[in-house]
Design a protein around this ligand. Structure first.
Ligand code: GLU
Length: 478
């Protein structure tokens, strides 16, 4: 069997978002599963859309997610260069060849002419398509255009017929070529068009499987024609379904899709994002949703991919991220927490204490950026009931009974552990007859000022007897 070689070929037009990354991820998963090679190729020939520094951002985002390639602009490889703009000479040579073989021709039509023609065709209710005006220019006509200083583009001549291919996800797709006009392969500035460059690069880089977003299905017939014209081996294609947002609009920056960088800044766990993205349009046979990278790699198959659009559900991703946070080891949690806490101005010099604090709230977090808000209670020196409802609650007679019962029972303890606290609460319940929320909530508010937050026994142990007694005495005076 020949080697599996796949590529992720982003255009450096800004930050990666979930859609692009899903494509990168599937290429990586498939390469890993097949012991193949993943290539990173930067498709930067459209200079107008080029956003400075986006290549660096792409590399950083992919690295963060753990998606690794074995050939690319940053590491080289035997099939380089891997930046498309560095391959112009190669593209030019193949374009020349098509010209020589009469499969392409120079077109001198101006933008204005093309625009006018397009409008006329549309007005007739027909699909816009180049009319082939420059296909058979005489030498005389051509010389005239040249003497006028017009720089031509190179167009591929599309003859009549049909093309088809079997997509690994969507099945057989075919087109009538009569709907496709002669398309540009080289622009007047010598730069190749996407449809041309992508074929030359995929063929020369020996790509075996082209895995990309379904937006490219409509480009595929043009690409197939170039493969055929140059006698290249045609790779297999897998076009992945579009990702929609909750409003059922295509996920895009414009429609509010978060960039991968933002997920990173908000404290998402890369493995959670990888897990979530892999489940868009794909499911494991077992039906399990929390899947390690290793399981995704071993269980993935195109045949289990749905061909309809997937909906990106932020809440589900958040839930999944929470699951990954709960599964972090103490050390991993501490390492992720330290920079976040430091940025918020919290003292973190004592790793033992900091560890205790972050572990106490580990179960509350759905993303790491929520950490400062959850740990606030641990660092506060002065506590006040947070709002009117909290204030009302601590003033109730029942609450006052709980407070004094608590103060009485705690006297028997020299220090107070999480276990000791539970014993005390049991005793207070027996003595006062108050139970459930009415028993626990006043204590929580007295200690933290808030009606929700980390595990109370852990908090009590962390604060210690003296502080706990002082805080309860304080609310009793309100
Ligand atoms: N550069 C193209 C894009 O970013 C990818 C093309 C392809 O995968 O064929 O959409």
């Amino acid at each position: 069997m020949s080697e599996v070689r796949v590529r992720f070929a982003p255009s450096p037009t800004g930050n990666l978002h979930a859609g692009n990354v899903r494509t990168a991820l599937l290429n990586w998963i498939f390469a890993k599963q097949q012991n193949g090679v993943l290539i990173l190729r930067i498709e930067d020939t459209d200079q107008d859309r080029h956003v400075i520094d986006s290549e660096e951002g792409i590399v950083n985002d992919l690295n963060w997610l753990g998606i690794k390639w074995s050939e690319g602009p940053d590491i080289g490889g035997d099939f380089g260069p891997y930046r498309q703009s560095d391959r112009s000479e190669i593209h030019g040579e193949y374009a020349e060849r098509l010209l020589r073989e009469g499969k392409a021709y120079k077109c001198y039509c101006s933008e204005d002419e093309l625009k006018k023609e397009r409008e006329e065709t549309l007005a007739k209710g027909l699909p816009p398509k180049y009319n082939g005006k420059c296909r058979d220019l005489s030498a005389e006509e051509e010389n005239k255009k040249i003497s006028e200083g017009i720089k031509p583009v190179l167009r591929f001549e599309v003859r009549d017929g049909e093309v088809s291919f079997v997509d690994l996800i969507k099945g057989e797709i075919s087109w009538k070529l009569s709907n496709i006009g002669d398309f540009i392969i080289l622009r007047s500035n010598g730069m190749p068009s996407y449809n041309f460059a992508v074929v030359i690069d995929d063929a020369l880089m020996k790509i075996s499987h082209v895995i990309r977003g379904e937006g490219h299905v409509s480009n595929t017939p043009r690409q197939l024609l170039i493969y055929e014209a140059l006698g290249f081996m045609v790779p297999k294609f897998a076009h992945t379904p579009t990702i929609l947002n909750k409003e059922k609009k295509t996920l895009s920056k414009r429609n509010g899709a978060l960039s991968i960088r933002r997920y990173r800044e908000e404290g998402y766990i890369p493995e959670a994002l990888v897990n979530y993205l892999s489940l868009l349009s794909w499911s494991s046979k077992s039906g399990d949703e929390l899947l390690s990278k290793e399981r995704i790699i071993s269980e993935f198959s195109f045949s289990r991919m749905s061909s309809s659009a997937a909906v990106f559900d932020d809440d589900k991703l958040l839930w999944m991220n929470g699951q990954y946070i709960r599964a972090l080891t103490s050390k991993e949690l501490l390492n992720l927490s330290l920079p976040i806490l430091e940025k918020s101005g919290y003292q973190t010099e004592n790793f033992e204490t900091t560890s205790l604090i972050v572990e106490a709230v580990q179960g509350n977090l759905t993303k790491m950026s929520d950490l400062p808000q959850y740990v606030e209670v641990f660092y506060k020196t002065e506590v006040e009931p947070d709002g009117a409802a909290e204030m009302e609650l601590i003033k109730r007679d029942e609450s006052k009974q709980v407070f004094s019962g608590f103060i009485n029972s705690i006297e028997d303890y020299e220090e107070i552990s999480a276990e000791g606290f539970k014993e005390i609460m049991k005793k207070v319940q027996n003595d006062t007859g108050v139970k459930g929320k009415d028993l626990w909530m006043p204590i929580r508010i007295a200690i933290t000022g808030q009606s929700h937050g980390p595990e109370l026994p852990m908090l009590i142990e962390y604060f210690g007897k003296e502080k706990v007694v002082a805080r309860i005495n304080k609310v009793m005076e309100i």
